[in-house]
Design a protein around this ligand. Structure first.
Ligand code: ADP
Length: 275
C-alpha cells in the first residue's frame, strides 16, 4: 500500500455561462512513505488543482484519492479531522497564507488545536517550541507577527505550521518560488532535513526544473491536465520521452536558472498528450 494513491483523477471547473475548464484530465500517480514526487509543468497545466484535490480542498469530478489506504471522499467529521492532521500543505506566498493578526505561536498552535484538541497544554507548548526550533527559529519568534518577519522566516513559520501535527504527507505548492534565491536554497535544505527527521512524504509542485532536479528523485511531468511522463528525475531529465518534456527542458536551459517562470515557447508545436 502506498502512502498516497491518485487514480484517474479528473477535475472540471464550471464557470457560470463561460466554457468549463478541464483542469485535470485523468491523472494517476503514487507517493510512498517518506519520498518526494515532484509535479512539474508550465503554469496552468493543472498542478495546483491536483494538489487541492489531494488535500480534499476540492472534490474531484472523477477518479479517486486514497491516503494511507483509504479513500478521502465521504469521510465523517472526525475522520476528516484526523486526515487533515496527517495531510498538510505549504503554499507559495507565505505572507498571504499566514493570518496577519495572529502571532507566530498562535499560527503554529492552530493546527494542533483543530486536529488534536485533547493534547495537554504543556505537551502542546513543547511541540510548538520543538517545531519552531526544527525550522531554525528561536522562541523569541513566538510573539512576533508575520509582518515582522522576512519572507524566508515567514515561509519557515508556514512550514512549522504544516509539520507541527507530524503529518505523513505535505503538499508543497511552489514553496520557494516567492523567495529570494539565497533563501530558496536554505528553505529546500530545511524541507529535506524535515523529511529525513520526520519521515514525511512530499508532493512537490514546481514549474522550475532546476529546483526539481535538486530536490526530488521522482518527477511527474504535467501538460494540459495530464501526466505525460513520470520516472526518476535524473532519467527523465537525461532522456525525456515526451515532446513536451523535451520542450520544457530546452526552454529551461535557455533561461536564467533563477528566473521565476519557465516559458515554454513550443506549446503550439507539441502534439496533445494521449491518455
Ligand atoms: P498550475 O498549478 O499548473 O499553474 P492550475 O491547477 O492552477 O495550474 O490551473 C489549471 C487550470 O485550471 C488553468 O486553466 C486555470 O486557469 C484553471 N483554474 C484553476 N483554478 C480555477 C478556478 N477556481 N476556477 C476556474 N478555473 C480555474
Amino acid at each position: 500500500m502506498s502512502l498516497l494513491e491518485v487514480t484517474d483523477l479528473h477535475h472540471v471547473f464550471h464557470r457560470g455561462g463561460k466554457p468549463p475548464v478541464y483542469a485535470v484530465n485523468g491523472v494517476s500517480f503514487q507517493v510512498e512513505a517518506g519520498e518526494t514526487l515532484a509535479l512539474i509543468g508550465e503554469s496552468g497545466s493543472g498542478k495546483s488543482t491536483v494538489g487541492r484535490l489531494v488535500l480534499g480542498l476540492l472534490t474531484p469530478t472523477g477518479g479517486e484519492v486514497r491516503f494511507e489506504g483509504r479513500s478521502i471522499a465521504g469521510l465523517g467529521r472526525k475522520e476528516s479531522r484526523d486526515l487533515r492532521a496527517k495531510l498538510q500543505v505549504v503554499f507559495q506566498e507565505p505572507y498571504e497564507s499566514l493570518n496577519p493578526r495572529m502571532r507566530v505561536g498562535t499560527i503554529i498552535e492552530e493546527p494542533l488545536r483543530i486536529h488534536d484538541p485533547k493534547m495537554p497544554a504543556e505537551q502542546r507548548r513543547r511541540r510548538i517550541v520543538e517545531t519552531l526550533a526544527a525550522v531554525g527559529l528561536g522562541e523569541e519568534f513566538l510573539d512576533r507577527y508575520p509582518r515582522q518577519l522576512s519572507g524566508g522566516q515567514q515561509q519557515r513559520v508556514g512550514i512549522a505550521r504544516a509539520v507541527v501535527t507530524r503529518p505523513s504527507l505535505v503538499v508543497l505548492d511552489e514553496p520557494t518560488s516567492s523567495l529570494d534565491v539565497s533563501v530558496r536554497a536554505r528553505t529546500l535544505q530545511l524541507l529535506g532535513e524535515l523529511q529525513r527527521d520526520l519521515g514525511i512524504g512530499y508532493v512537490f509542485i514546481s514549474h522550475d526544473i532546476h529546483t526539481v532536479s535538486h530536490f526530488s528523485r521522482r518527477v511527474a511531468v504535467m501538460y494540459l491536465g495530464r501526466v505525460v511522463e513520470t520516472g526518476p528525475t535524473a532519467e527523465v531529465l537525461a532522456n525525456p520521452r515526451h515532446p513536451y518534456t523535451r520542450a520544457l527542458l530546452s526552454a529551461a536551459l535557455s533561461v536564467d536558472p533563477n528566473s521565476r517562470r519557465v516559458h515554454v515557447p513550443l506549446r503550439g508545436e507539441i502534439p496533445s498528450p494521449t491518455r
